[in-house]
Design a protein around this ligand. Sequence first.
Ligand SMILES: *Cc1c(COP(=O)(O)O)cnc(C)c1O
Length: 373
Amino acid sequence: MKKITVSQPYLDSAETEAVNAALRGGELSGNFGSFIGEFERKFADYCGCPHAVTVSNGTTALHLPLAALGVKQGDEVLVSTLTNMATFFAVLYQGAVPVPVDIEPDTLNMDPALLEALVTPRTRAILVVHLFGHPVDMDPVLAVARKHNLLVLEDCAEAHGALYKGRKVGSLSDAGCFSFYANKIITTGEGGMVTCADAALAAKMRSLKALAFGDTLKFMHKDLGYNYRLTNLQAAIGCAQAGKIDEVIAHKRRIAAYYTSKLSALPELQLPVEKPYARSVFWMYHIVLKGKTVEQRAAAMKFMAGKGIEVREGFIPYNLQEIFIARGLTQKDACPVANSVAYNSFYLPSGPVLSEEDMDYVVASLKEALAQR
Ligand SMILES: *Cc1c(COP(=O)(O)O)cnc(C)c1O
């Protein structure tokens, strides 16, 4: 039987050679090694951003700028409700209060029209998520932020290289937060990066991510630090991967266009969109089974699995997370649009090496799965 995984890293001998060079040089740690600086420079240049700081993963990439910018207990942060919960965890690590913002029905990104009504005297920041590789409509977000003097951060974990009105995500706000987990656009196994324009913020993040050692007396620490370092071995992989971002995006766009051409005639599906202001990187091809129940989705996913096709459930929004409802932080009905896609979506295999034959098999299997009962 065929086996089609939901994703796979895009590797060749370049990664092996770079890691071996780091190993041979004995430069393994996150404190020294030439690959760390090289990866940061390459990534900053790619994003059109003056600074980029490597970190250990996408979750620490979200937490580090919040800590460095002084987002603190009692501050409110407006966050797109439909996301990987790491986005919310990062805010909670600071003792701040995340406020979920509902989504646009088509892009599934934060709906900027809802922001103004959610701003209070305690609001400090807006944290947008470029979900599944489609950039958020940033201009109205930035307008609200300017009006109320709020910080803006971008969760770019799924959107490396995506463009908003021709500009790269990660360069549109106070800080861009990237992940290099194994299924992201590029990977270092585990890893992350924060991009920013402000040199002082970059310096503060470099200090905090490495235990905030002192300048004259090393062990007289400057602050409550963290160890959020990426290793030089991972940075070596990152240097090889950084040259492939556009190649991976080209594959993702090819895959999305092909799936859409084969699925757009099915009225029971809601497919990914691309707005006029956006160039999406279509990280994963996420579909909504309109009007289906969680049981019907489970049946469809099981049918696909039986065909050797790995599919993955869509995210469950913050406002439906039982742990946070129990703590009184949010309510089930806070975000009705997100709730309407919470239990009836999944994404199709979207790895960069998928062939048309693979996708034809996925599409045929999906049609069979939907025709059940
Ligand atoms: C993957 C992801 C994260 C977390 O990144 P890790 O590297 O797994 O910590 C955060 N936000 C979004 C939107 C993600 O997709």
